[in-house]
Design a protein around this ligand. Structure first.
Ligand SMILES: O=C(O)CC[C@@H](O)C(=O)O
Ligand SMILES: [Zn+2]
Length: 486
């Protein structure tokens, strides 16, 4: 039997009574099978490993069972059963999360929404489509394309991540500068709360000031308020002829000047960056070439539409201006869709490329204008205290969001590495706090960043979050231990 790990902070009185069961007894198991069918309750070790974790590699999955419901009613029945048996639930989507929000470490029941992947009820006037939580992001993107429309939230894991998980983490990605995050595309959602009640939130309305917008509390709540069982997603007009430019820049201050210069004249759909070390790793491990010979400290990747020939002329004139000013040392621009895709891969393939080094991830943000100073401070602290660690910088610089990946030296044991990175994190998050930034810009808090939440949220805010959790989930069964302990 697995021991129940007590919450780190003082628990609310109400929560003190909640004890997720560590092992399913045969009665609960039989009841689960009654609800979803025998073959949709999995307890074999492979399934527990597979469904019990996301892409985070610092936690050992230890769920009691996995259930695969197919309907909203089944989800409700499962939640009611869990509530009456004090059984904790971990809702699980494409399991591509990077903060251990979907890891079951404590004997929980994993509720995998894979089967609820229906896509339908498209309305061309509202430009909305109804999706099951298990719809894969790429499936929604392709559906939109078939309707002559566009779903703009995009990231490297779009082939596996699911809409329910994207909503749970308010997933961002590479087009946030122009199109915002998942939150901006959710016109409505249905949620099964921790009591098994079904809420139909916002119902696709554009204007709805009739009280609190609970939909927005659910988005980004990492499954701690309930299970998203349906979402009405907005679609947009498709972009016209996207061009991609990669520029070699000497430093962060120069990157910011380039951003300001381009944004003054062109509507950018992406403004990303990566370091020379990130580029070296990608080129060495993927079948890709450097964008140009010149080596610079950083590279910026810009994407913009070219509705007419004048758009490219404007971009080239801006490029020349940036070179003249000494902000850019070299650059290249795509001439075809295939070239644009290859340039994108230099940025999008970084995360996957560095996975074998078991990177410790920091996903931090501040206001865009503060990024150069912020980044220089973080870099100085990390280099000074941990000169032996390889650091890979990349991210969504146009949103003020940088990914700091610390690579594990081969000789270092994983627990020792994690502990040392925890120390680095404290230094880093003090800087984040000083700059009024966030300890998790887009990956969520999960288990990985829980201990650091107070660096970006004050105690009063966290206290209110806990009360909100209890309002949705009075039995404390929905993904307990994620974001904060009650
Ligand atoms: O692996 C990371 O640190 C970031 C992953 C993802 O958010 C990205 O921007 O590529
Ligand atoms: Zn990212």
């Amino acid at each position: 039997m697995l021991p129940y790990a007590p919450p780190e902070s003082a628990p609310c009185e109400k929560y003190r009574r909640i004890r997720p069961v560590a092992q399913l007894d045969s009665e609960i198991l039989a009841a689960l099978k009654d609800i979803v069918g025998e073959e949709r309750v999995l307890t074999d070790p492979e399934s527990l490993q597979y469904y019990g974790r996301d892409w985070t590699r610092f936690y050992e999955p230890a769920p009691s069972a996995v259930v695969l419901p197919g309907t909203i009613e089944e989800v409700q029945a499962l939640v009611r059963l869990a509530a009456s048996s004090s059984l904790a639930i971990v809702p699980s989507g494409g399991r591509t999360g990077l903060s251990a929000g979907a890891v079951a470490v404590n004997g929980e029941l994993v509720m995998a929404l894979d089967r609820m992947n229906n896509i339908g009820d498209f309305d061309p006037v509202d430009r909305t489509v109804r999706c099951g939580p298990g719809v894969v992001t790429e499936q929604l993107q392709q559906f939109a394309e078939q309707q002559g429309l566009y779903y703009p939230v995009d990231f490297a894991s779009a082939g596996s991540s699911q809409i329910g998980g994207n909503i749970a983490t308010n997933a961002g990605g590479i087009k946030v500068i122009r199109h915002g995050m998942t939150r901006d595309w959710v016109a409505g959602l249905k949620l099964v709360t921790g009591t098994g009640e079904l809420l139909d939130l916002n119902r696709g309305l554009i204007k709805n000031n009739a009280g609190y917008d609970l939909r927005h509390l659910v988005i980004g709540a990492e499954g701690t308020l309930g299970v998203v069982v349906e979402a009405t997603m907005r679609l947009d007009r498709p972009p016209r002829d996207l061009a991609v430019m990669v520029l070699g820049v000497p430093d962060m201050t120069a990157i910011m000047r380039v951003l300001a210069a381009f944004q003054g004249e062109i509507e950018l759909s992406a403004f990303e960056f990566f370091s020379e070390l990130a580029l070296q790793k990608v080129v060495a491990h993927q079948a890709l070439q450097r964008p140009f010979e010149t080596i610079t400290e950083y590279y910026a990747l810009l994407e913009f539409e070219q509705p007419d020939a004048a758009a490219m002329e404007r971009a080239m004139a801006l490029f020349a201006h940036c070179v003249e000013q000494g902000w850019v040392y070299d650059g290249t621009v795509s001439q075809s869709v295939a070239q644009a895709e290859n340039l994108w891969r230099l940025r999008e393939d970084i995360s996957e490329t560095i996975t074998p080094w078991t990177p410790y991830k920091n996903d931090i943000s501040t206001t865009i204008s503060r990024v150069p100073e912020f980044l220089a401070e973080v870099e100085a602290v990390v280099n000074e205290n941990y000169p032996d660690f390889e650091i890979i910088w990349f991210g969504h610089i146009g949103d003020g969001n940088v990914h700091l990946n610390i690579l594990k030296p081969e000789s270092l044991d994983i627990d020792a590495f994690r502990e040392q990175c925890g120390e680095v994190s404290r230094w880093v998050f003090e800087i984040v706090q000083r700059h009024g930034g966030s300890v998790s810009a887009e990956h969520g808090v999960g288990l990985l960043k829980k201990a650091y939440l107070h660096y970006s949220r004050d105690p009063a805010e966290i206290g209110i979050m806990k009360q909100i959790k209890l309002a949705f989930d009075p039995h404390g069964i929905m993904n307990p231990g994620k974001i904060f302990d009650l």
